[in-house]
Ligand binder design. Structure first.
Ligand SMILES: Cc1cc2nc3c(=O)[nH]c(=O)nc-3n(C[C@H](O)[C@H](O)[C@H](O)COP(=O)(O)OP(=O)(O)OC[C@H]3O[C@@H](n4cnc5c(N)ncnc54)[C@H](O)[C@@H]3O)c2cc1C
Length: 362
């Protein structure tokens, strides 16, 4: 059987690579970035993601992940806090993705960095330098990025698609103390922002906003947010530097791949895109990578459709709950907050219901 090909070296691609290598079928993984890089992500790792990382042989604490035990939600002038049901963590994606890819390599995966796949079809891909590679099994793990030939439908991102923004901030001592052990979410009309402390003590700031609210860009958005998210704007002003933004457009929240063909396994955001407010995208990426590798090991390329259907079923409920929270939380009046304040435990419950692997961790 030919060597499996994996396109994309984010959490999903690396998890599949580790699973395949451990089962004695090391893959060739192609990643377009030459060096470790940060991506638009909140950096929140739920307990299911932490458990999955341990199964893949990584120790998040040894990578510097900062424990998170509390959730703070801010909407306008209202603030509420709740304990998380289990310990989560904050870790930058530059550290996480590099560690996962190194683990995949150590397990026997051949990794080609700095190579972009330009287009693919089941069984074949073509790289930017004109090479054509064929394999009986292709694992598509390009995340939010579409790949010609295997793109998600154009309408997946909806009429008013979400844009993701991320910046790293150096906090004032007071901001660092305020955010210690905390995931802080700010809700506003058509979006939300999340802040947490990552391994080097810097703050990861991530925003999701519908295109219709973004206006002329991040600076204009921040001016506008002074109206309905003044505390968020204060938080950013309290940092020691101005944000340098990374952006990703057209995030198709709620999309799931329900079908595929033999030999094509869709992983991570190419399998299911959970509303980022739930902070479970990395866990989904890891779970899908491991599930696809296990299915391939048991059934070969023919197992792809069964894997895809099973993963679509497994992710349906977390995606639905997260989508509802997003619709309510990003509504014009921050409707979620009074609910959270009135029903102690609702925050913890919703945090649990959006996990891809219920009961994971410990
Ligand atoms: C605003 C926002 C905030 C988020 N916050 C969180 C959070 O706090 N916690 C959480 O768990 N999830 C969060 N997510 C979701 C999370 O970022 C994704 O679900 C996760 O990154 C998916 O992993 P992946 O491996 O599928 O894709 P990615 O992480 O996107 O990795 C894809 C990889 O493929 C490579 N690639 C792409 N195209 C090609 C190509 N053509 N050729 C070769 N290589 C290619 C890329 O360089 C990249 O390394 C957030 C998402 C958004 C939009």
């Amino acid at each position: 059987m030919s060597r499996p090909l994996i396109i994309g070296g984010g959490p999903a691609g690396s998890a599949a690579a580790i699973g395949l290598a451990r089962a004695g079928t090391p893959a060739l993984l192609i990643e377009r970035s030459r060096d470790p890089h940060d991506v638009v992500c909140g950096g929140f790792l739920g307990w299911d993601a932490l458990a999955a990382l341990k199964r893949l042989g990584l120790d998040p604490a040894a990578l510097g992940a900062r424990p998170i035990t509390r959730l703070r939600v801010v909407a306008g002038s209202r603030v509420t806090e709740a304990a998380l049901p289990r310990v989560a963590a904050g870790l930058s994606r530059i550290t996480l993705d590099a560690a996962l890819l190194a683990q995949a390599q150590a397990a026997g995966t051949a990794v080609e960095r700095g190579v972009t796949v330009r287009e693919a079809s089941p069984g074949t891909l073509r790289t930017g330098d004109g090479a054509t590679l064929t394999a009986e099994a292709l694992f598509l793990a390009t995340g939010k990025h579409e790949l010609r030939g295997l793109s998600r439908p154009r309408e997946a991102a909806g009429d008013d698609p979400a844009v993701g923004l991320r910046a790293r901030l150096v906090p004032s001592p007071r901001l660092a103390t305020d955010l210690a052990g905390m995931i802080e979410l700010h809700l506003y009309d058509r979006g939300y922002a999340g802040l947490l402390v990552q391994e080097d003590g810097s703050i990861n700031l991530c925003l999701s906003v519908k295109r219709s609210r973004l206006g002329a860009g991040p600076a204009a958005l921040l001016d506008d947010l002074a109206r309905d998210a003044p505390r968020l704007v204060d938080r950013i002003a309290a940092a020691r530097d101005k944000p340098e933004w990374q952006a990703i457009a057209g995030v198709p929240y709620g999309w799931r791949a329900r079908e595929t063909v033999a030999g094509l396994f869709r992983l991570g955001d190419q399998a299911a895109v959970i509303a980022s407010l739930a902070g479970d995208g990395v866990a989904i990426a890891l779970a899908s990578g491991m599930a696809a590798a296990a299915r391939f090991t048991a059934e070969g390329p023919a197992g792809a459709p069964a894997y895809q259907r099973a993963f679509a079923r497994q992710s349906a409920s977390p995606l639905r709950v997260a989508g509802t929270i997003r619709a309510v939380g990003e509504g014009p009046f921050g409707t979620l907050l009074p609910l959270l304040a009135r029903l102690p435990g609702l925050a913890a419950l919703t945090a649990s219901l959006t996990r891809i692997e219920r009961g994971a961790g410990g």
